[in-house]
Design a protein around this ligand. Structure first.
Ligand code: SF4
Length: 346
């Protein structure tokens, strides 16, 4: 199987017609200057030199702004700069992220011409009140229209959704996930809201008008949504913002995060918590009081079963007084596990 590599090119805030209250892409990406074709060449050359595998699939990804809302000439300059790498087969495809109200037939035609394969839409919520509250400047209808157009024109559709937006409840987020599922994206990213410096959300936070989720609350909310996407075979490619110098613990000097559920291993927290629930469920169904069980699973799931800093194993001991031995077994499919009782009270 080919190893997938992404070459990220940030176009921070380019094309955004407004400022969504939680967003400061310049702070998030740590980049403020305008991107040019030369930057595209330099970034691609730099990454290609450092990729080790011969058998690889390389995608150039324009992140961090509203790509299709950038002036057309700039879009073509940046996409045009990737073409020679596609022609000589050094790059396989292009992905862009953009706003739902910046998609139409004409734009999609242009993206096709430049071999864009995946389009990720910043959906954030499927509730018009919340979209409005966050000053997104687009509606749920825009998301529906854009998603259909993207899929109908043969692109891979991706959605980005946020958890913990101002005034958003657990139920709002479950409803948003349900609506997203109906639009059949192939991939989704789920981001809990962090309060980033120099955003309108910081002012709300400082005035006590916005209260971010705690890490535990964010894990609980994301868990539910991720389970819905998993059940519908939608690939959750990211949970939580990528950990960088700017997106790091608020205690770090360079961090642009003021408050919110930041955790360097947020995805692992969510996935481990999901494993904890399913293992506990199985243990509870055992019709006798167990002292020790053995769990066998695919090696790729072992860390999440044990939990971040062994949290799951410790919690099962502390709360249910069950000792857990975890063993890797290649024969078990990823995502599945087998449980065997080693010791009981009777
Ligand atoms: S969230 Fe997206 S559309 Fe809103 S300001 Fe940030 S990059 Fe622009």
């Amino acid at each position: 199987m080919k190893k997938e590599y992404i070459i990220p090119i940030f176009v921070p805030h380019l094309g955004c017609p407004n400022n969504c209250i939680f967003c400061n892409q310049k702070k998030i990406s740590g980049q403020t200057k305008m991107v040019t074709a030369q930057d595209v060449y330099d970034t691609i050359d730099y990454y290609l030199k450092n990729f080790k595998d011969n058998n690889k699939y390389v995608e150039v990804a324009f992140f961090g702004g509203s790509f299709t809302a950038i002036e057309r000439e700039k879009q073509e300059e940046l996409l045009g700069a990737v073409q020679k790498y596609i022609k000589n087969k050094k790059v396989n495809s292009i992905r862009i992220s953009t706003r739902p109200d910046a998609i139409d037939k004409d734009i999609l035609k242009m993206l096709k011409k430049y071999k864009v394969k995946t389009i990720e839409l910043g959906v954030q919520s499927m509730n018009n009140y919340i979209l409005d509250r966050c000053e997104r400047g687009h509606t749920v209808e825009d998301v529906k229209k854009a998603s259909k157009l993207i899929r109908r024109n043969g692109f891979i559709l991706g959605h980005q959704m946020m958890v913990g937006l101002p005034e958003s409840t657990v139920q709002d987020e479950i409803n948003s996930a349900k609506e997203i599922i109906k639009l059949k994206p192939k991939i989704v990213r789920v981001y809990p809201v962090l309060v980033i410096k120099d955003t309108p959300l910081v002012d709300e936070y400082e005035k006590g008008e916005y209260m971010p989720l705690t890490v535990t609350q964010a894990v609980e909310r994301c868990k539910e949504i991720v389970a819905m996407f998993n059940k519908n075979k939608i690939n959750v490619i990211r949970i939580g913002l990528q950990n960088t110098e700017e997106i790091s613990d608020p205690a770090n000097k360079a961090s642009q995060v003021v408050a919110g559920p930041f955790h360097p291993a947020f995805r692992q927290l969510v996935e481990s918590s999901m494993w904890y629930d399913s293992i506990l469920d199985k243990i509870k169904k055992i019709n006798t009081k167990v002292i020790e069980v053995e769990i066998k699973a695919n090696p790729e799931n072992i860390n999440n079963i044990i939990g971040h800093k062994k949290e799951n194993v410790q919690k099962l001991k502390q709360v249910y007084d069950v000792d857990v031995v975890v063993k890797a077994d290649e024969k078990i499919k990823p995502g599945k596990f087998e449980i065997e009782i080693l010791k009981t009270y009777s």
